[in-house]
Design a protein around this ligand. Structure first.
Ligand code: NAD
Length: 312
């Protein structure tokens, strides 16, 4: 099997590639290394070919889709906050890039795609836990809009050109090789100011967290188990944690136990942030997959690993 992974040098992509190689796949990676690192793939041999290319250019990527059996489309701007300052990033890196991937697939007759979407497509005020069939989906961030647009494009390629898709709406994914997100930020903040940890918002934002190994195993499990033309699955864990809970765990694990937590205030971290989110994962569990970690367990596990990786 020849797989193509966009964003394969990134946090989640590199873990996915480890599993794909274990299963005997050859992998072509399209990544411009904007937030990914070639070192995340350096333990692989020639079975993994990294192509440093920007997927916002259709001309530059199209040839790489020849002879591919399955596309995992993970490349995107990972920073939801960026949309508050630069308003066309998600349009280009999310929506247009997804069009380029789909058009390259159509031209080279590659039929199967898995897509990294997000819980933020559900918008604010959705019931918690949120099932896949909740709607209408009205995202409140530009990032969320680009994910929903990507889902729409993929669904239209399935309906019009006979493609087959697995769309995954991720909770917050955390774990080894993390290069962004709340735990990563807190470790860096404490490293700079060990006596104070500034938390964006009031700390009561409550979300669910999934360990990255669970996430990539769940992706591969769902591709085997679900066989519709479009397969939409929430990927998350069974519980939630508040930002204050995370701050406390990171303070404990770093050993900076004199640090005081200060809050910038307000009910959310930034404009477009959704303060409370939890995905219903009944569909995933009914298919026979149980996440190994709860949110709370994955937060502590990740804090320990990232402290090692970042160094204090
Ligand atoms: P990441 O930043 O580590 O991975 C993204 C990868 O895409 C990086 O390697 C980056 O270099 C690459 N990339 C970005 N723009 C590109 C471009 N124009 N051309 C080529 N390569 C490009 O982030 P991640 O956390 O691993 O996220 C992977 C996917 O999962 C993303 O689509 C993200 O939106 C989605 N997602 C992540 C989370 C999470 O909590 N981490 C939650 C929901 C959805």
């Amino acid at each position: 099997m020849r797989a193509l992974v966009t964003g394969g040098a990134g946090f989640i992509g590199s873990h996915l590639i480890d599993r794909l190689v274990d299963r005997g796949n050859e992998v072509v990676v399209l990544d411009n290394l904007s937030s990914g690192k070639s070192s995340f793939l350096s333990h692989h041999d020639e079975k993994v070919k990294l192509v440093n290319v920007d997927i916002t250019s259709l001309d530059e990527i199209i040839g790489h889709f020849e002879g591919i059996d399955f596309v995992y489309h993970l490349a995107a701007n990972p920073d939801i906050r960026l949309g508050t300052k630069i308003t066309d990033t998600d349009l280009k890196q999310g929506t247009i890039a997804t069009y380029n991937v789909l058009e390259s697939m159509r031209i080279h007759n590659v039929k199967n795609i898995a897509f990294a979407s997000s819980s933020v497509v559900y918008g604010e005020g959705a019931p918690m836990p949120t099932p896949e069939n909740y709607g209408p989906c009205l995202p409140i961030s530009l990032y969320g809009a680009s994910k929903l647009a990507g889902e729409g494009l993929i669904s239209s390629w399935c309906g019009t050109f006979g493609h087959k898709a697995w769309i995954f709406r991720f909770a917050n994914i955390i774990g080894a090789r993390g290069t962004h997100g709340v735990i990563f930020d807190f470790i860096h903040k404490l490293k700079n100011t060990p006596d104070n940890l500034e938390v964006l918002g009031n700390g009561r934002q409550e979300k669910s967290y999934m360990e990255v190994g669970d996430c990539v195993e769940a992706i591969l499990h769902c591709i085997e188990k679900f066989d519709e033309s479009i397969n939409l699955v929430n990927l998350g864990s069974v519980d939630t944690a508040s930002v204050t809970n995370i701050a406390e765990v990171v303070i404990e694990e770093t050993g900076f136990t004199d640090a005081k937590i200060s809050y910038t205030g307000g009910d959310r971290g930034w404009a477009g942030d959704i303060p409370r989110a939890m995905l219903a994962i009944d569909k995933l569990r009914a298919s026979g997959f149980e996440p190994t970690y709860t949110s709370v367990e994955s937060i502590r596990h990740t804090a320990k690993i990232l402290i090692e990786e970042i160094g204090l």
